[in-house]
Design a protein around this ligand. Sequence first.
Ligand code: B12
Length: 210
Amino acid sequence: MADFKKLYDAILNGDQKTAILVTEEALAENTDPQDLISKAMIPAMNEAGQNFECEEFFVPELLLAARAMKGSLKLIQPLLAATGAEPVGTVVIGTVKGDLHDIGKNLVSSMLEGAGFKVVDLGADVSADKFVAAVQSEKPDIICMSALLTVTMPSMKSTIEALNSAGVRDKVKVLIGGAPVTPEYASEIGADGYADNASTAVARARQLVA
Ligand code: B12
């Protein structure tokens, strides 16, 4: 039986070694990777965020928690990504300008790959110009933008404006997400879709290419 509590504590306490060990054990026992993500890893990151808000955690603790989460995710990502089938569509994904949070974006990226999309990952802190250039060179069906900070959400709007100015907005669908993003914000800035987690992101992406 996978030790969800131990994985939760290891991520919260930034103990990457234990997080990796518990993940390896759980996967060896055929635990569903999605359960590890949704029952232990994401709740631990949420608690790290709450601790940060009430000043029990500071940036170094957040960094350690993120490092532990990434260590576990590295083991899980190949399981989410392997299909080998013809791509169902191409996605360009990135975290918007000024924002360095990439864990959620990476999760969405792996799940999309697992669902058969070709994913071009531009990384974090991606400028509007870089998104536009990727739309021109990769000709994706969808661009996915992630933002975790309220102050970086406006970069989503400016990226959509830049797509418009470059004359490519009608060639691509825009899907957005990240903890502070809402469906209302998505429609306000003219995005085509929003999802609050990686599984829903896959469902929305499928609808957008259908
Ligand atoms: C880890 C973390 C960090 C790490 C990031 C490491 C990394 N490589 O990603 C570090 C330490 C670097 C960091 C830095 C900062 N952080 Co920080 N961080 C977090 C924390 C604790 C967890 C984020 C996370 O990884 N969650 C787990 C993932 C899986 O969830 P997720 O990102 O939400 O993604 C899911 C969905 O949102 C969705 N999704 C995500 N992207 C997309 C994209 C698309 C297209 C779709 C469809 C869906 C989708 O699917 C994902 C999977 O289910 C959050 C708290 C929180 N609970 O969110 C604070 C938090 C986001 N940070 C915060 C702050 C303030 C900061 C700093 C400004 C702190 C500082 N004073 O320096 C800096 C900013 C740095 C920068 N310029 O970006 C605040 C933001 C407040 C706000 N509303 O703006 C938060 C909310 C903490 C808090 N409660 O105060 N942080």
